[in-house]
Ligand binder design. Structure first.
Ligand code: ADP
Ligand code: MG
Length: 456
């Protein structure tokens, strides 16, 4: 089925100029040996004034596409234009709300919203006023001083929305924002968002929402983009030209729903759009290694005459069995220092640079690369947002416990400290049991993560 043309402008809701233009985006994952194409030749335009829904089977690359559009991830090939300009790095005008919104457990609702404004350099007085206004808008007036654990799931997600809206994003990206909520909370929050959007009481210019709920897409969107998988691609676009608020039982509503179901069913033999309970986004744990040993491995690879070294030989020479070697290789790969293919390890140009670098340069390289890891970025954001840029170990553990089982949370904290220390990003006072930023510049305001409304 060829993509349908964009919806004809209606007097009521004429889409404006393009805000986002996705051009021939292809995303591959994996290494040379085993490349997997998650997205292939994606083309998509989102215009000002539009609410676009992305639907499609699990694993067709919806979340990947959102990350590419907001600049949290760079596509393997192709590009994204924002207001006609090729995007580089994180788009400061965009925000993502994830399915489960990570709030700071030790901050009140009000402070959780203000945090996003603090990173953007908004002064205390204005922060308070803006946070209060938004909390009222999403229906949380009266809960400003409550803590996340005292709230229902729906109220937590509302707090998340308020935090995302606080920075007044031009482009609001929502990744299954209602799917972790019970039916009533989801319905209420959906209604609240639609009211803010259709009444234009938020400065957001376009919304891009991933959903597995077709009724939700037909209820909210001006256009529904149906994706298929194997590889992830745009199958068709279906305009929804019904006025808001939409009546779910109307013939037209049901007709559009049928069209969307049919388009998705054509893509999935089991006719099953995303399962009702997709796994929540989880932060990659840090590998169990010492960075000093990784240096040893990289030096060894550099010293070898050959470009590629068999990993069994490497292990034997370093006196490491495969169980000890694999996490090192994995870490080297994640950090971009080496690649693995067909049982061989090879240094990347960055790895070669590291091998030859002075101690100071090595630290700088590690600091640059480590900052790209979501868990490290999350830790730096947390510290940056905290008073005096320090936090008790207990508070970090409490936040980590939302992502990892208790023992793993402890391990991850130890690794965060070890890696952060090694790269000169953060330090831990083991007597006072606190972690602090080594230098305030370690976390850059406007970095992805909290600043963009995301979380662990
Ligand atoms: P969706 O959101 O539509 O369920 P995703 O964008 O999360 O799809 O994932 C698309 C495909 O790419 C899936 O097969 C997933 O396993 C894979 N994938 C996603 N992120 C990564 C990654 N960082 N590394 C390797 N594979 C990934
Ligand atoms: Mg997803």
């Amino acid at each position: 089925m060829p993509p349908s043309p964009p919806p004809a402008p209606t007097a009521e809701n004429a889409p404006g100029p393009p805000l986002v233009e996705v051009r021939d985006v292809t995303q591959q994952y994996g290494t040379d040996g085993k490349l997997f194409t998650a997205l292939k030749d994606i083309g998509l335009t989102i215009r000002e004034g539009e609410l676009v829904a992305l639907v499609g089977p699990s694993g067709c690359g919806k979340s990947t596409l959102l990350r590419i559009i907001t600049g949290l991830q760079k596509a393997t090939s192709g590009g994204v234009l924002y207001r006609g300009v090729e995007m580089r790095g994180v788009n400061p005008h965009a925000t993502i709300v994830f399915q489960t919104f990570a709030l700071f457990p030790w901050l009140t609702v009000q402070a959780n919203v203000e945090v996003a404004l603090k990173v953007r350099g908004v002064g205390p007085g204005e922060r308070t006023a803006r946070a209060e206004k938004l909390l009222t808008q999403v229906g949380l007036a009266g809960f400003e001083s409550a803590y996340p654990r005292e709230l229902s799931g729906g109220m937590r997600q509302k707090t998340g929305f308020a935090r995302a809206l606080a920075v007044e994003p031009e482009l609001l990206c929502l990744d299954e924002p209602f799917s972790a909520l019970d039916v009533l909370s989801a319905e209420a929050l959906r209604g609240e968002l639609m009211e803010l959007w259709t009444a234009k009481s938020i400065p957001t210019r376009a919304i891009l929402m991933v959903t597995h709920n077709i009724e939700e897409a037909v209820f909210m969107a001006d256009r529904i983009v149906v994706m298929g998988k194997g590889p992830g691609r745009v199958v068709t676009e279906i305009p929804v030209r019904l006025p808001h608020p939409r009546a779910r039982k109307s013939d037209e509503f049901l007709r559009v729903s049928d069209t969307v179901y049919a388009a998705i069913a054509g893509q999935t033999p089991a006719a099953a759009p995303d399962s009702a309970h997709p796994a929540p986004a989880v932060l990659q744990p840090l590998p169990d290694i010492a960075l000093g040993s990784l240096n040893g491995l990289i030096e060894r690879l550099f010293a070898d005459e050959a470009d590629r070294v068999d990993i069994h030989i490497l292990g034997a020479e370093l006196g490491l069995d495969l169980a000890a070697l694999m996490p090192l290789l994995e870490a080297g790969q994640i950090l971009g220092f080496l690649t693995l293919a067909k049982g061989d390890a090879a240094l990347t140009p960055l790895g070669e640079t590291l091998a030859e670098a002075t101690i100071a340069t090595r630290q700088e390289l590690y600091s640059k690369r480590l900052r790209r890891l979501p868990l490290i970025r999350w830790m730096l954001d947390l510290l940056y947002l905290s008073d005096e840029e320090a936090l008790p170990h207990g508070a970090v553990l409490e936040a980590l416990a939302e992502q990892f089982p208790p023992e793993e949370a402890e391990r991850q904290l130890r690794r965060l400290i070890a890696f952060g220390r090694y790269a000169g990003l953060l330090d831990s006072d083991d007597t006072a049991q606190t972690v602090r930023l080594t230098e305030p510049a370690a976390a850059v305001p406007g970095d992805p993560g909290l600043a963009s409304g995301g979380g662990p």
